[in-house]
Design a protein around this ligand. Structure first.
Ligand SMILES: *Cc1c(COP(=O)(O)O)cnc(C)c1O
Length: 356
C-alpha cells in the first residue's frame, strides 16, 4: 500500500517526479544511458542545470542581479558559507534564534566574526517567533530561519531590514510567494520541499559575493561557483535533476501563488481539526503556525501510542514529533495532496469518537 508520507525530510515528492526520475535512471533522454552515468559536462546535463536555474528565476520572479547556485553539503554547510563569504573580519552579523537550525547557524558564524543574537524564543522551547527587536545598521546582515521545521513555526512576514537579510528557507522555499529583492542570500536544502537530498539551492545577490574579502578555499567560495555555473566540481547530478523536475511540476501547478493557496487550505483543514478536537492541542502560538510542519500533542499523554497505532493502520507515516517537542508533527509540503491530510483528519476524528 502506498503510504501517506508526512515525513519532515527527506520528504514527499510529486508522484510524477518520482516516475520520471526513476525512468531516467534506466535511460535518460533517449541517450541509451542512465542519468546516473552521463558526464556532468555533457550537453544533456548542461540543459538540466540551465533549466533548473531558469526555473528558480522564473518561479521566484527575480532577475540576473541575483545568482542561483546549486551546491552540495546541505543547508548546514551554508550556515558557514554565508558568514565566510559575507562577513568581514571583526564585523558582526545579527541573528534571530528561532530553533535548533538557527542556533547551529549562529555557532558557525562565531567562527568567522561576531554573531549578535537579537532575540530568541529558546526559553519557551521555540514555540513562537520573536518579532520586536532592533536590527543594528552596522551588521553585515540579518540571518533568519523562515520556517522552523522542528517546532512548526513560520515567519508570515519578514521584517523591514536596514541590512541584507540572509534566510534559511530549507523547509518552506517555494511554498509561497516571497520578494527575493528583500534578501541578500536565500538557501535551502532541496530535500524538504524541492527535491532529493544532495543539492542545496542558493540565491545570492551578486554584489554581495566576495563582500568578506576573505581568502577562501575554492569549494567555499560563492564567486568561484558562480563563475563555473555550479560546475567547478561534479555537482550532485541526480539530485539536481530531481530538483529540475520538481520545479517543472511546481510551474505546472501554477507557481507560487497557486501552491500557496493549496498549502493554506491543507494547513487549515488540519489546524481546524486540532482546534476542534478535544483530544489534541497545538504546540505553538497560533499566529506563527507553520503551513509546512504542523505540530500537535495529545491532551492526554497516554493517547500518544494508541493514536500512532491507528494512524499507522491508516497508512500514515512520519508523524512522530521531533524529540524536543514530542507528540506529532505532520509535514505537509507542496507535494502533499489534500486527500492525505483528510485521511489524517479522519483518523483524528475516529480516535476522538472511540476515546473521547
Ligand atoms: C533540515 C533543515 C536544515 C538542515 O539541512 P541539511 O540539508 O540536512 O544540512 C537546516 N535548516 C532547516 C530550517 C531545516 O529544516
Amino acid at each position: 500500500m502506498k503510504k501517506h508520507n508526512f515525513s519532515a525530510g527527506p520528504a514527499i515528492l510529486p508522484q510524477s517526479v518520482m516516475q520520471e526520475a526513476s525512468e531516467a535512471c534506466i535511460e535518460f533522454n533517449g541517450m541509451g544511458m542512465s542519468i546516473l552515468e552521463i558526464s556532468h559536462r555533457s550537453k544533456q546535463f548542461d540543459a538540466v542545470e540551465l533549466e533548473a536555474r531558469q526555473l528558480v528565476h522564473e518561479i521566484g520572479g527575480f532577475d540576473d542581479r541575483f545568482a542561483v547556485l546549486f551546491l552540495s553539503g546541505g543547508a548546514s554547510t551554508q550556515f558557514a558559507l554565508a558568514p565566510m563569504n559575507l562577513l568581514k573580519e571583526g564585523e558582526k552579523a545579527a541573528y534571530v534564534d528561532t530553533g535548533v537550525w538557527a542556533s547551529k547557524a549562529i555557532k558557525e558564524a562565531k567562527l568567522f566574526g561576531k554573531a549578535e543574537v537579537l532575540a530568541s524564543s529558546k526559553d519557551s522551547n521555540y514555540s513562537f517567533i520573536p518579532k520586536s527587536y532592533d536590527i543594528p545598521s552596522d551588521a553585515a546582515y540579518l540571518h533568519l530561519t523562515s520556517n522552523n521545521t522542528i517546532y512548526g513555526t513560520q515567519l508570515h512576514e519578514f521584517p523591514k531590514s536596514p541590512v541584507p537579510i540572509v534566510c534559511d528557507m530549507s523547509s518552506d522555499m517555494y511554498s509561497r510567494p516571497f520578494d527575493v529583492e528583500q534578501f541578500g542570500l536565500v538557501y535551502a536544502g532541496a530535500q524538504k520541499n524541492l527535491g532529493a537530498a544532495g543539492v542545496t539551492i542558493v540565491i545570492v545577490r551578486k554584489d554581495l559575493i566576495g563582500r568578506s574579502e576573505r581568502q577562501l578555499p575554492s569549494m567555499f567560495d560563492y564567486k568561484l561557483h558562480l563563475e563555473n555555473g555550479s560546475m567547478y566540481n561534479t555537482p550532485p547530478v541526480f539530485s539536481l535533476y530531481v530538483t529540475m523536475l520538481t520545479l517543472r511540476w511546481l510551474k505546472e501547478q501554477g507557481g507560487l501563488a497557486a501552491i500557496q493557496k493549496h498549502n493554506e487550505s491543507k494547513a487549515a483543514i488540519l489546524y481546524n481539526e486540532i482546534d476542534a478536537n478535544p483530544l489534541f492541542k497545538g504546540t505553538v502560538a497560533v499566529e506563527d503556525r507553520s503551513l509546512m510542519n504542523v505540530c500537535f500533542l495529545p491532551t492526554n499523554a497516554d493517547h500518544e501510542a494508541p493514536f500512532m497505532e491507528m494512524a499507522k493502520a491508516a497508512g500514515i507515516d512520519g508523524i512522530k514529533g521531533h524529540r524536543s517537542v514530542g507528540g506529532f508533527r505532520a509535514s505537509i509540503y507542496n507535494a502533499m495532496p489534500q486527500s492525505s491530510v483528510q485521511v489524517l483528519v479522519d483518523v483524528m476524528r475516529e480516535f476522538a469518537q472511540k476515546n473521547g
